[in-house]
Design a protein around this ligand. Structure first.
Ligand code: TXA
Ligand code: MG
Length: 324
């Protein structure tokens, strides 16, 4: 059963304990309720995708409670600083470059070099973020393709006992997701309209490009942006062996007979959740190894999180998405 708990000290401490051991909870924000997990914990993030039933790994929004947290996570620039001064805490998400060695899970940013981040204005969300200290990743707390919940009961009903608790923060005052603006590119670009209007943004920083006006055919859905990370090496899917010049990414007992320490296994126990948690990190490690021209990837079952994993590696193997 999913408990709906009050946002008192006891409730928030309980929520922190669950986050600490890698659990996922429902968290109120001023926009919509979020499905919250520790943004440093790959497995916890993998659980979010599993609960949401998403067929692909859309990058998630990271929530922070203190500005000091920003420095180790992302590269700030002056425009970001200006927008932060004007709109935080509040429904504005900034897409910024990840800091080198940022402790954020690679799965949070869907393998991208950028991170979407905001400081929520809802007092309960803010309090939880400050109490927990690690940043909290939270997509809207709905199943894939269903409507974002704006009250605690909707979260509990929609997710059918898949999370231990939802913190009741009342009805969301905005009821619409945050505005997302990309500041990692030359011209600030609106990726999603939301709680802060375009006019309000432009008043502070001048003209903002809209992704909708930029008729880019590669952008098929949110999270499938042209800058999606793709390995620079070739990728061979459903590989049951390893050819010369290939480095292998295995799954379960599907590994090459040659014992090469460069080969990696997404999950020796064939857990799709563990594989999802390791996917982007391992792809990067293999991509950076100069001794191979191709990454050969074991067959991954197309069920549960395997759907999203297959979506992602198919994309990684497609030249169309390479290095944009
Ligand atoms: O109001 C909100 O933003 C709510 C509450 C819970 O904070 N969260 C939310 O998250 O709407 P979600 O996961 O449903 O939407 C996140 C959106 C996705 O469309 C994703 O593609 C985009 O943010 N996004 C996340 N990281 C990104 C990045 N690095 N670059 C571009 N887009 C990104
Ligand atoms: Mg959503």
């Amino acid at each position: 059963m999913t408990l709906i708990i009050q946002p008192n000290d006891e409730g928030l401490n309980q929520a922190c304990q669950i986050l600490q051991y890698g659990g996922v909870i429902g968290m109120p924000t001023e926009t919509v309720y979020g499905l919250a997990a520790d943004a440093f914990n790959d497995r916890a993030i993998a659980s979010i995708f599993s609960i949401k039933n998403r067929p692909h790994f859309n990058p998630l929004i990271v929530h922070i409670g203190d500005l000091e947290q920003l420095n180790e996570l992302v590269e700030l620039n002056s425009m970001a600083q200006t927008l932060i001064d004007s709109f935080w805490p509040g429904p504005l998400t900034l897409v910024l470059n990840r800091k080198n060695n940022s402790p954020l899970s690679m799965l949070v940013s869907g393998g991208l070099d950028t991170v979407a981040i905001r400081m929520p204005a809802h007092p309960v969300a803010l309090k939880l973020c400050r109490l927990y200290k690690n940043p909290i990743a939270a997509p809207s707390a709905n199943k894939f393709m269903s409507i974002s919940p704006t009250q605690a009961q909707d979260v509990a009903l929609g997710l059918k006992d898949q999370i231990p608790l939802v913190i009741d923060g009342g009805a969301c005052s905005i009821g619409l997701e945050s505005t997302i603006i990309d500041l990692s590119v030359n011209a600030p670009t609106l990726l999603r309209p939301g709680g802060v209007s375009m006019e309000a943004l432009e008043k502070i920083i001048g003209p903002v490009q809209s992704i909708a006006q930029d008729q880019n055919p590669k952008i098929k859905a949110p999270g499938m942006f042209k800058r999606h990370y793709a390995p620079s090496k070739d990728v061979r899917l459903n590989a049951v062996d390893c050819k010369p010049g290939e480095v292998y990414l295995g799954f379960g007992n599907q590994m090459p007979i040659s014992q090469n320490p460069d080969h990696l296994n997404l999950s020796e126990t064939a857990s799709l959740k563990e594989a999802a948690a390791n996917l982007f990190r391992f792809l990067r490690i293999l991509d950076l190894n100069p001794n191979y021209h191709t990454i050969a990837i074991a067959p991954i079952p197309i069920e549960g999180l395997g759907l999203a994993i297959n979506d992602r590696i198919t994309r990684a193997s497609s030249k169309e998405f390479e290095n944009h």
